[in-house]
Design a protein around this ligand. Structure first.
Ligand code: 5GP
Ligand code: ZN
Length: 116
């Protein structure tokens, strides 16, 4: 996909700090981390968001989820972490290439959403 930052990262045209790669997925550190552990896992094939997924994406989504715990542990999130997939305008998605944020570290994360 032209003009997609994460496609550029997936095919090596845009540099990133990679921590895992295979034929289908790539994990790399977020450029603006919000926690001591903050990396992204993406499918290499472009899909814009969860809204655009169908049954054909099940294997790669399953692989991403199945990798998340192992990679989080390896990166130092030993006592828990959070997976976040921001989707669409309300979900405050900024990059429209599906990605899972893995966020953790030694401190306790804030509650899932702040109650008003
Ligand atoms: P979103 O709000 O779409 O879920 O989050 C996009 C994330 O991608 C942000 O946390 C942002 O810091 C990260 N990001 C944006 N551009 C780049 C980039 O060029 N390289 C890396 N490594 N991360 C990026
Ligand atoms: Zn893309």
């Amino acid at each position: 996909m032209d003009n997609c930052i994460f496609c550029g990262i997936a095919d090596g045209k845009i540099p990133s700090r990679k921590l895992y790669e295979d034929d289908e997925v790539l994990a790399f550190h977020d450029i603006r981390p919000i926690a001591p552990v903050h990396f992204l896992i993406i499918p290499k094939l472009h899909v814009a968001s969860l809204y655009d997924c169908n049954h054909s994406h099940q294997p790669v989504l399953g692989k991403i989820m199945a990798l998340s715990g192992q990679l989080a542990r390896e990166q130092g999130a030993q006592d828990g972490f959070r997976c976040i997939i921001n989707t669409g305008r309300v979900g405050r998605q900024e990059v429209y290439h599906l990605h899972v944020h893995i966020i953790g570290g030694p401190d306790v994360l804030p509650g899932m959403l702040v109650r008003k």
